[in-house]
Design a protein around this ligand. Structure first.
Ligand SMILES: Nc1ncnc2c1ncn2[C@@H]1O[C@H](COP(=O)(O)OP(=O)(O)OP(=O)(O)O)[C@@H](O)[C@H]1O
Ligand SMILES: [Mg+2]
Length: 229
């Protein structure tokens, strides 16, 4: 397969508030193919968010390799990682992280400020239309429902034409009907744009619809103090 993401011998250790260190991740291998949609499941505290942050270059590992397309991101400087993230990675946070002072349209445009995709602002408008919010383009986040905010966050994550979309339980804060719509929206848009996706979910029914399910507890050799949900 042609890989968009290849992780090898990844180790991440945190120093603990009470002293000492905790190895959260020790992953010998994880690969995602171009355009592939992978669900990531695992117990709370198991290191799912930490893994996404490492892939996005928001954290650096202690050991190991993270290759996205042809770039070994662990060799980049912090500034290099920021630039790479803006151009190649879409990130949908569990809590959206929209900029409150900006409208929906402006928030989507922020996603393409450094992106490699088309920089014309018509793409921001197109994406808002795709997520069903053409009529809310000039609303600020506080003037949108939670589900609508999440749809803006998805449009923003895709605005820079990323190679891979990382999504951290993007449906956790919306009602079941909105969750279903948000999920199908992300999956269809990624499919249309051939964007690979790695999505954290706690919902096995949702996970089972993906191309592949990765269980972190299986691929991670680190023994953490995590507890079952
Ligand atoms: N900055 C940090 N310093 C110390 N420990 C940390 C830090 N960030 C995360 N951890 C620890 O790493 C472990 C994994 O956290 P992480 O947020 O990745 O879990 P998760 O799988 O995303 O859990 P959840 O499903 O609850 O979101 C936890 O035990 C957490 O306490
Ligand atoms: Mg998490």
């Amino acid at each position: 397969m042609t890989e968009i993401l290849a992780i090898t011998n990844l180790v991440k250790t945190f120093s603990q508030p009470g002293g000492g260190a905790l190895t959260v991740l020790n992953i010998p291998s994880l690969k995602v193919a171009v355009g592939e949609q992978v669900a990531l499941i695992g117990k709370s505290g198991g290191g799912k968010t930490t893994l996404l942050h490492l892939i996005a270059g928001l954290l650096v590992p202690d050991e190991g390799s993270i290759r996205i397309a042809k770039t070994e991101i662990t060799r980049l400087s912090e500034q290099g990682r920021d630039r790479f993230r803006a151009g190649s990675i879409g990130y949908v946070f569990q809590t959206f992280n929209l900029m409150p002072a900006f409208t929906a349209l402006e928030n989507v445009k922020l996603g393409m400020t450094f992106g490699s995709g088309r920089r014309d602002s018509s793409r921001a408008g197109d994406l808002l239309e795709r997520v069903g919010l053409a009529d809310r383009a000039h609303y600020r986040p506080a003037q949108l429902s939670v589900g609508q905010q999440q749809r803006v966050a998805i449009a923003r994550a895709l605005a820079g034409s990323p190679k891979i979309l990382l999504a951290d339980e993007p449906t956790a804060n919306v009602d079941p009907v909105s969750a279903e719509n948000v999920l199908e929206l992300i999956r269809n848009t990624c499919r249309e744009e051939q964007v690979a996706m790695l999505m954290v979910t706690h919902d096995m029914e949702i996970a089972s619809r993906f191309d592949r399910v990765e269980e972190l507890d299986t691929i991670n050799l680190a023994l953490t103090g995590s507890h079952p949900d």
